[in-house]
Write a protein that binds this ligand. Structure first.
Ligand code: SAM
Ligand code: SF4
Length: 329
């Protein structure tokens, strides 16, 4: 429990700081020179990750999300899912992925115990998809989504809403996701990287809902979603409550008051907030031969220092210097 009485149940773990895509809002080509990918030795091993998950589970964490960079490019990712799933107390293991390798990996990941995937999908136009992601192939990602659904994974799609990029496609992204059996979600663009990649013409959560309602009819608040333990607020079509849509509105309708999350980077830095740069190295404690109690003390310091909220501002200021690619969303 942090000093604002928020109970931490959910740990997001970046398993690699590398990525096979170069999304314009996350890790664009212009930033490539400034980003130093961590050497292998600096990155937590599976044993270190699993030990930390066990310690977090002992403190009350119940849900783990594996993210990146791109988690599916970490060698042995299926085995890591299995190891994390086997930790007592962990009830849910999920992943956020760009979907590029999901066609081959969905079934093994499911067999290893993965419960759900969130797949980034900003546009349904192949050329635009390639432009936004720098390297992406839309057809592969759509095949990955279908494979994940066929494998029995719960699938949500994630689109960062961007003026001039996908603002004309928000309703179509819903139609496509629903047809595949996935739940579409939209994310307000957040000013990471010191605001360097931020498009100031923010599409607000309200504008996202308006665009969807203009095509699909009235949306009503969907109940019971906080059990999902994530940041999205869910809506459903008034005419068909099975058609749901999630909106992650960090900018205009922020959800810091019920934040239940911590984030661990690939190199073992524990970040209590996405929107601030302060972090506590758990890797240093582990590699100095620290006991579980030493790790708990470091986690405790981080959780006690968890801020009331982020300072993201609509003009692109107030965000952290850190890059989204390093923290994983
Ligand atoms: N590579 C994986 C993927 O793309 O899903 C996992 C890591 S990625 C950083 C996690 C999520 O963060 C993605 O859904 C991505 O769209 C989102 N994201 C990246 N940069 C963002 C930004 N500046 N604002 C809002 N969401 C962002
Ligand atoms: Fe890679 Fe995901 Fe960032 Fe795109 S959003 S560059 S796929 S980490």
């Amino acid at each position: 429990m942090d000093s604002f009485a928020r109970r931490v149940r959910y740990l997001r773990i970046s398993v690699t700081d590398r990525c096979n895509y170069r999304c314009s809002y996350c890790m664009p080509v212009e930033l490539e020179d400034q980003l130093v990918f961590q050497p292998r030795a600096a990155v937590l091993t599976f044993e270190e990750i699993t030990r930390l998950v066990r310690i977090f589970a002992g403190l009350g964490v119940r849900k783990v999300r594996l993210t990146g960079g791109e988690p599916t490019i970490r060698k042995g990712i299926v085995e890591l899912v299995r190891q994390v799933r086997d930790v007592g107390g962990i009830e849910q293991v999920v992943m956020t992925t760009n979907g590029h390798l999901l066609d081959e990996l969905a079934a093994p990941l499911r067999a290893a115990g993965l419960d759900a995937v969130n797949v980034s999908l900003d546009t349904l136009d192949p050329a635009r998809f390639h432009a936004v992601t720098g390297r992406g192939e839309l057809a592969r990602v759509l095949a990955g989504i279908d494979a994940a659904i066929a494998a029995g994974l719960d699938v949500k799609t994630n689109a960062v809403a961007m003026t001039g990029v996908n603002d004309g496609e928000l309703a179509a992204l819903c139609t496509d996701a629903w047809a595949r059996g996935a739940t579409p979600r939209f994310i307000e663009h957040m000013p990471m990287s010191g605001g360097a990649l931020y498009h100031v013409a923010q599409i607000t959560a309200q504008a996202i809902r308006d665009a969807i309602e203009a095509v699909h009819g009235r949306l009503t608040v969907a109940g019971g979603d906080r059990a999902d333990a994530g940041p999205a607020r869910y809506w459903q079509l008034a005419a068909d409550p099975t058609r749901r849509v999630g909106i992650i509105s960090a900018m205009t309708e922020h959800f810091c008051d019920d934040c239940n999350r911590l984030r661990l980077t690939a190199t073992g830095d524990l970040h209590a907030c996405l929107g601030h740069d302060d972090a506590t190295s758990l890797r240093d404690v582990l590699r100095a031969g620290g006991s579980d109690a030493d790790v708990v003390a470091a986690i405790d310091r981080s959780v006690t220092g968890k801020r009331a909220g982020h300072d993201f501002a609509l003009d692109g200021t107030g965000g952290p210097v850190k890059h989204m690619i390093g923290i994983g969303g």
